[in-house]
Design a protein around this ligand. Structure first.
Ligand code: DGY
Length: 322
């Protein structure tokens, strides 16, 4: 009898074909994200789980699993999984870093350009038939990227890749990281290490590239917004909970900061009446940092391989904890 695996949402056909050769596969097709109660009952009898960043694989869910050997998430982020508890239970956890580095850095840079050059805002102006109202010499002006200071919080893979993009646009790049990188690498990337406080006060654009943890939870709140330049922009492609959204709404409304570009939110999808929707100085993307055809294929490959390795009692290619 084949072992059982459960997917909280479907994957590419090639991945399903591979999985079906080896396992009994069940795929959730209903509401997204899968309701916790459904997940709790489904996970009871399965040996492997494929999940996504919007699924909450908490202690309660893991505890209900009787035979679970591996959790394979289709994401680089794993703050939705209680990895510590999974490790205690000797359940392997696989994730998909590296393959989505370029796509996510591209998205951060796209939000940066869009924020400074007001592309989405212009799109709305045209659609509303208001093009003629912005003909004036200083109506509807954006900002140059050249010479602006980009502050990168978290210089990991994605942060470094963003730095390469910014360097090509002649931006000054400062960064803050738990550890300073080597001088040689700093020179190659064209980045300068600075304290968190200096980065906050000196940057024209701040881009967040740290994972969501207890330490980074609500890292950006009114206290920080008040320290930022009045003209500064905040870009977030990491996790929504790193930013206090209520404070950000006030900061944008009162022009305490210049604008924001977000791909991630405290709760996703955001509510239909979310205050962000009433603001012009924010660019919104529906959590699609890794969403390119090519990258999503690579993520599906890694997710599948991680799952199969874990089912065979082996460490996933990219593994957390156990
Ligand atoms: C990730 O992989 O964690 C991304 O945020 C999902 O698109």
């Amino acid at each position: 009898m084949k072992e059982k695996i459960f997917l909280t949402r479907t994957l590419h056909d090639f991945a399903l074909k591979e999985l079906k050769k080896k396992f009994q596969v069940e795929i959730h097709t209903g509401k997204i994200p899968i309701p916790q109660s459904t997940l709790k009952s489904k996970i009871k009898q399965v040996d492997g789980l494929i999940c996504f960043p919007y699924d909450q694989i908490n202690k309660e869910i893991i505890q209900s699993a009787k035979n679970l050997k591996v959790i394979s998430t289709f994401s680089v982020g794993y703050d939705h999984i209680d990895t510590k508890f999974a490790k205690d239970k000797k359940i392997r956890v696989g994730y998909t870093p590296e393959v989505l580095t370029d796509a996510t850095a591209d998205m951060a840079f796209a939000l940066l350009i869009d924020s400074l050059r007001r592309i989405s805002e212009g799109d709305r102006i045209i659609r509303k038939g208001k093009w003629r109202q912005i003909y004036g010499a200083y109506d509807y002006v954006g900002l140059d990227l050249q010479g602006k200071t980009l502050g990168i919080i978290g210089l990991g893979r994605i942060g470094k890749t963003l730095a390469k993009r910014a360097k090509a646009f002649d931006m000054k790049i400062i960064y803050h990281n738990r550890k300073q990188i080597s001088k040689i690498e700093e020179k190659k990337l064209g980045v300068k290490y600075t304290t968190f406080d200096k980065l906050i006060t000196q940057s024209d654009i701040i881009s967040i590239h740290v994972p969501h943890t207890k330490e980074t939870n609500q890292m950006f709140d009114m206290k920080i917004f008040k320290k930022m330049k009045k003209t500064a922009f905040l870009i977030n492609t990491s996790r929504g909970k790193i930013v206090n959204e209520k404070d950000l709404v006030v900061a944008l409304k009162l022009k305490i900061i210049g604008g924001a570009g977000l791909d991630v939110f405290e709760t996703e999808p955001i509510k239909k009446n979310h205050s962000f929707l009433k603001l012009e100085n924010i660019v919104l993307a529906p959590h699609v940092g890794s969403s390119t055809k090519e990258t999503r294929i690579k993520m599906a490959e890694i997710t599948t391989k991680n799952l199969i390795l874990g089912m065979n009692g082996k460490k996933p290619i990219y593994s957390i904890g156990y």
